[in-house]
Design a binder for this molecule. Structure first.
Ligand SMILES: NC(=O)c1ccc[n+]([C@@H]2O[C@H](COP(=O)([O-])OP(=O)(O)OC[C@H]3O[C@@H](n4cnc5c(N)ncnc54)[C@H](O)[C@@H]3O)[C@@H](O)[C@H]2O)c1
Length: 323
């Protein structure tokens, strides 16, 4: 197939591109390199079936040209990561909402199936855990900038569901903390990137808050598999899927696990959220997915264990990481 990946020079996008190429597809990447980097595509840069277009997904002429001849779209381009969102919530909303709106319209005009990347952030502080796709959501106040990202992604999901009702083949994937080689320390799953960076430098691992907040982490090859199934299987259309690993771990336990995996006996240092992000920052105490919908409809389950995934990420971090 001829596939367009927006945000294909980013962390997850570049892994998706590699996988699509190795499965025999022809791939066009559209990325403005505001968060991603061309180096992420180094492994496939000279592949005859890859074309890279540098441009803003919101620019209509650029998007129209990028859609030329395409049969399916994976829309991953977005402003991602708490530091970037806090630095410019307005840009976050504009890029994430306008970008998705334009991609959906372009796909609808041409009748092209599309998969939209969303986030576990839409659950906010959560109503119940593990959280399922049709659960109610509990977001914080608009006076707290961090929720700008969650709301932008939630609006993307509403746009997608509205277009699905009009007959567009569209699915949504809600990622839960993706990690692996090329994970961006400024990006979403950045607690693992931060810990590995600190371990490599022999510095203390900085745990924010008391470290008892929990998360689940999915290795990037699993996230890519879930994304492909959601984008390519007709049964996925009109649905939202949690793409995550069901294993829940506290951030303090994660820091301890990283000390073991890296073999670096660095101390753990606690910092309050307000020291890191300023006063009024809000954090979700838990975040873990109910993965049954993806299992039933997509036949998808994450396979890589946290220990295995951390080992592979550390291997890359030690040998290839470029700051
Ligand atoms: N990594 C995670 O754990 C995680 C979790 C939840 C959701 N997501 C979602 O998955 C997708 C990919 O995330 P990622 O972690 O790979 O982040 P990333 O920042 O590495 O990738 C996003 C890419 O989009 C590009 N981009 C940003 N604005 C653009 C624009 N206007 N036009 C064209 N390209 C643009 C960036 O340059 C970057 O390459 C995003 O939609 C993100 O919201 C990721």
């Amino acid at each position: 197939m001829r596939v367009l990946v927006t945000g294909g020079a980013g962390f997850i996008g570049s892994h998706l591109v590699e996988r699509l190429l190795s499965d025999g597809h022809w791939v066009r990447v559209l990325d403005d390199l505001s968060g991603g980097r061309l180096e992420n595509l180094d492994g496939v840069r000279n592949h005859p079936c890859l074309q890279v277009v540098i441009g803003d997904v919101r620019d209509l002429a650029t998007l129209q040209a990028a859609m030329e001849g395409v049969e399916v779209v994976f829309h991953l381009a977005a402003v991602v990561g708490v530091p970037r969102v806090l630095a410019d919530p307005l840009r976050t909303i504009r890029v994430n909402v306008e970008g998705t709106e334009r991609v959906l319209e372009a796909c609808a005009e041409r009748g092209i199936p599309v998969c939209i990347a969303s986030s576990s952030e839409v659950y906010g502080k959560g109503v119940r855990w593990p959280a399922a796709e049709e659960d109610d959501l509990r977001l914080g106040s608009p006076t707290v900038s961090r929720w700008a990202y969650a709301v932008s992604k939630l609006l993307d999901e509403h746009l997608a569901m509205s277009w699905a009702r009009r007959g567009l083949r569209v699915s949504v994937v809600r990622y839960f903390n993706v990690y692996g080689p090329r994970v961006d320390p400024q990006g979403y799953g950045y607690v693992i990137a931060r810990f590995m960076d600190q371990a490599l430098r022999g510095e203390p691992l900085t745990v924010y808050g008391d470290g008892r907040q929990t998360r689940s982490f999915i290795y990037v090859s699993d996230a890519v598999e879930g994304t492909l199934r959601a984008g390519l299987l007709p049964a996925a259309s009109g649905h939202i899927f949690n793409i995550g690993h069901p294993e829940e771990i506290s951030i303090l336990a994660l820091a301890e696990r990283i000390r073991v995996v890296t073999g670096r006996q660095v101390p753990i240092r606690f910092l309050s959220f307000s020291e890191v992000y300023g006063p009024g920052f809000e954090e979700a105490p838990r975040r873990v997915p109910d993965v049954s919908k993806a299992r039933v409809l997509l036949g998808f389950e994450a396979r890589v264990t946290l220990d295995e995934g951390l080992q592979r990420t550390w291997e890359w971090w030690r040998t290839c990481r470029r700051v």
